[in-house]
Design a protein around this ligand. Structure first.
Ligand code: BGC
Length: 859
């Protein structure tokens, strides 16, 4: 198991008393709600107070307590969201952002079903997924788990996923509710989001999970939102989720995200995970005694847990289904399909693609992401699979022995670069090593606890254990287990670096927690307040003299990066010569760049720039003048500005899962036709991102003020009149499509049917996504010029036409009216545009709402 993040206690603000009204239409999988609630009440009546308190706090990190006296088993959880991986190994699916890039509801359902089967084959009652936080900016280390920037697309994918999981008798757990749109300082940051923005951008996916997909559980996030930690945020947990949306299920905490017993008990949390620390007998009984917490409040939590258990059938059958193969080949097929449909072809100059397999004699596959063994980003979403077809394997298998496939990594790993950096302890450059001083407290304060000489500026971190052993640990460790105990120390490493010759050097730090890097006493990276990136890098010009390098690890690492490393590499030699030589032998070069589980991960953010040395690798390979096709692995956009014009093709493949290489080869050689469309807008430069200026906390505070409001992603680009590199919804194909005959029926109380024809005008089978956007003309409130309100993925033979229809309803035309706390669509004209991206407006009509419409927040 990865190191657990440590939690920080913050000031306690107990919210107002919120009372929860239970919905009478409780249901998750279609049982009679009255019968379910009757059985729940009968069970509840038999439980002792001690048993009730046991049930509302975890027993082992991924299990609730069992109550054998009443035949209540423990309910096991499998972490998600891109593989049911407790226990691993398991099937690794294409990551959430890639699933969203497929724009395929049916695929989301089938991936969900397979995740449900994987969960059942491991005895899990809950799958901890999907993750649905909206993408504000590419830096968020967990974007890869989520469904992109648009609430309508993300809702559709989440609903399919959840329905699929739940059809298999497993409760999905939609996470992380709410305002968790970055990973740095995630326990302490306060997301300040105005009501309209919450309702229109950040809540709808959770709302759809509750109202449409009938999700069994919601996971509260670590952060504070609008002044209150989420696990004690009565307004968002009780008033919004339970009362307004009538959520009948369980709100559970994220792992170690509780901070206060009374506030949490009264603020809507039902289940504390991984252990009942704040929901323990020692803490709850005195508060019950003095009247701070009521018995009814405890019963309410127990009732919700039992309701989910009864409805999903967990009290009536073993949850472990031993007839389902754990190496699930149907899951593998779904994983492949998601990798095929999610890959986005961003560039294809002069039809450089698809490649012709028979004409190719030698192909060079170069780059650090060509042979990854873990196919996801890092953190709790990291999935170890039984088998894995990476890019090199996928391409080699596809072309067979008649084509030579040469491979080089092209760059050392960050770990190797750090080991190869020769430091000396003295300024004369004579004694090899670095000196490492440890301090008893954070910020290099307290007693010096030791000074030692080490060989390099790095720590090894945890050695990866066998997946089965991780599982044992996850299922058996107890709340006294050391990873949950917080200690705070700090460290300083000092070394001198003497270049063999003067020149330009890449310098990097890979760590998390707060830190600073100084070279010759000048600050190079200052992450002492906001730890911005878990892998930070820059280029420095250095003379041929000893340079003092100091890393100050000011707070202890939080576990998103295993170990710490600092390195310096001359740009002149950073790219492996062998790689260039191989590329020079090849007819075509496939360059595999991007991030991996230790550079893009939960618990920290990443840079917009590609990791250390990759720019140089691309520049030097493209200088050879070969046909070069780039495959990017990342959870979102990356900086391609310096090289996009030098390569002939670019695929964004996200984290494509265990069949990612098979899918990539089939797309590269045209066996399948690319059909993924971006679920995000892609920046030309990071400062263009509409959230950029508001992404970090205001100086001197913990407040992340979402000042861009509703203008996130394409809504913001259009509002700010900034051109993205690639717009939301964009994706190329090897065939072409046209859209025609956009029509609407008349509005009946805001309901109307929109139809259009989509034709494959090229000469290959292919799929496109018809995207319908709605924008109000002459709006009296600030509104985006267009918003996605309908889409359909259509597969067409050459020359074939399909008639497509979309249903719009009052919500499709509405904004959230804060004053009346309801959805409101003004009377007047609305522009409907249709095409295959947010900027493709080849079809446009205007429709009218004759009278204003209002819908309630509970509808
Ligand atoms: C993550 C959750 C995850 C949980 C259990 C937390 O750190 O934020 O998404 O489900 O750990 O591993």
């Amino acid at each position: 198991m990865r190191n657990r993040p440590f939690f920080t206690c913050s000031a306690i603000v107990v919210g107002a008393l919120f009372l929860t009204s239970l919905s009478s239409s409780a249901q998750f999988v279609g049982n009679n709600p009255q019968a379910v609630d009757k059985r729940v009440d009968d069970l509840l009546a038999k439980m002792t107070l001690d048993e009730k308190i046991d049930l509302i706090g975890g027993d082992t990190p991924f299990r609730t307590h069992s109550i054998p006296r009443l035949d209540i088993p423990y309910f096991q959880m499998a972490d998600g969201p891109v593989g049911a991986h407790i226990p691993a190994p398991t099937i690794a699916y294409a990551a959430g952002i890639g699933l969203a890039a497929s724009w395929d509801r049916a695929l989301a359902l089938s991936v969900g079903q397979q995740l449900g089967r994987d969960s059942r084959s491991r005895g899990a009652a809950f799958l901890l997924g999907p993750g649905v936080n909206i993408y504000r900016a590419p830096m968020n280390g967990r974007n890869f788990e989520y469904f992109g920037e648009d609430p309508f697309l993300a809702s559709a994918i989440a609903v399919g996923y959840i329905r699929g999981v739940q059809q298999e008798g497993v409760s999905a757990t939609v996470k992380h509710y709410l305002g968790n749109n970055s990973e740095y300082l995630r326990h302490d940051s306060d997301s300040i989001i105005d009501e309209r923005t919450l309702r229109e951008i950040y809540m709808p996916v959770f709302e759809a999970a509750v109202k449409t997909a009938k999700v069994g559980a919601i996971m509260d996030s670590y952060n504070i939102t609008n002044g209150e930690h989420m696990t004690q945020n009565g307004r968002l947990n009780i008033t919004v989720a339970k009362d307004q949306w009538h959520f009948p299920g369980i709100i559970m905490s994220d792992w170690v995200s509780t901070y206060d017993t009374a506030a949490t008990a009264k603020g809507g949390l039902d289940l504390e995970m991984p252990f009942g620390v704040y929901f323990s007998k020692e803490k709850i009984l005195p508060l019950l005694k003095d009247g701070t917490i009521t018995q009814a409040e405890i019963d309410e939590k127990v009732r919700r847990i039992l309701r989910v258990a009864v409805d999903f059938g967990w009290l009536d059958r073993p949850q472990m289904d031993t007839s389902i193969p754990r190496y699930n080949l149907d899951g593998r097929t779904a994983s492949l399909q998601a990798a095929l449909e999610g890959a986005v072809l961003l560039k294809n100059d002069n039809n450089a693609l698809p490649l012709n397999k028979t004409a190719l004699k030698t192909i060079a596959v170069i780059g650090p992401t060509a042979t990854q063994t873990v196919t996801t980003g890092g953190g709790s979403g990291e999935v170890v699979s039984f088998a894995n077809a990476n890019l090199l394997v996928g391409i080699s298998n596809f072309v067979g022995p008649q084509t030579k496939v040469l491979y080089a990594r092209g760059l050392h790993s960050v770990n190797q670069m750090s080991r190869l950096t020769r430091f000396t302890t003295d300024a004369q450059g004579t004694t090899p090593g670095v000196s490492h001083t440890t301090f008893a407290k954070a910020n290099l304060e307290g007693d010096v606890t030791g000074t030692v000489t080490e060989t390099a500026m790095l720590t090894a971190g945890s050695t990866r254990r066998e997946p089965e052993e991780q599982e044992l640990n996850a299922l058996t460790s107890h709340k006294s287990a050391s990873p949950y105990v917080r200690t705070t120390t700090s460290s300083r490493w000092t070394g001198y670096y003497t270049p063999a010759e003067a020149g330009k050097f890449a310098i990097f730090v890979q760590t998390d927690g707060k830190y600073r890097l100084l070279v010759d006493d000048a600050i190079v990276f200052d992450s002492s307040v906001v730890p911005k990136y878990i892998l930070n890098q820059t280029t420095l010009a250095l003379t041929q003299a000893p340079h003092k390098v100091v890393l100050e690890q000011l707070s202890q690492q939080i576990g998103s990066v295993s170990g710490m490393r600092v390195g310096i590499a001359p740009l002149s030699t950073i790219v492996e010569k062998d790689a260039l030589e191989m590329a020079s032998h090849a007819d075509t070069v496939v360059l595999a760049v991007g991030f991996n589980a230790s550079s893009e991960s939960e618990g920290g953010d990443r840079t917009f720039e590609l990791p250390v040395g990759q720019e140089q690798l691309i520049q030097q390979i493209t200088a050879l003048g070969k046909k070069t096709i780039v495959f990017i692995t990342s959870g979102g956009s990356v900086d391609i500005s310096n090289w996009k014009d030098k390569v002939q093709g670019i695929f964004e493949t996200w984290y494509a899962g265990e069949e990612g290489g098979t899918a990539a080869a089939r797309l590269l050689f045209g066996e399948d036709n690319p059909s993924g469309h971006l679920p995000i807008s892609w920046e030309k430069k990071i400062t263009d991102n509409p959230s950029y200026r508001n992404y970090y906390p205001d100086a001197g505070t913990n407040k992340i003020v979402y000042r861009e409001g509703i203008f996130v992603g394409y809504r913001g680009y259009e509002h700010n009149h900034v051109e993205p590199q690639y717009p939301f919804g964009f994706g190329l194909s090897y065939t072409t499509f046209s859209f025609s005959k956009l029509k609407s029926t008349a509005s009946v109380d805001g309901h109307m049917t929109i139809t259009c024809d989509v034709t494959n005008t090229g000469n290959r089978l292919g799929a496109t996504v018809a995207q319908l956007y709605v924008g109000q003309e002459s709006a009296t409130v600030d509104r985006p010029s267009k918003e996605l309100k309908g889409f359909e993925r259509i597969v067409l033979q050459p020359g074939e036409t399909e008639h497509v229809s979309f249903s719009l309803d009052p919500r499709s035309f509405s904004y959230f009216d804060v004053k009346s706390s309801s959805w409101r669509a003004d009377a007047g004209a609305y522009d409907l545009t249709l095409g295959d991206s947010s900027q493709d407006t080849q079809q446009k009509i205007t429709v009218r709402l004759e009278k204003p419409l209002t819908s309630s927040i509970s509808e």
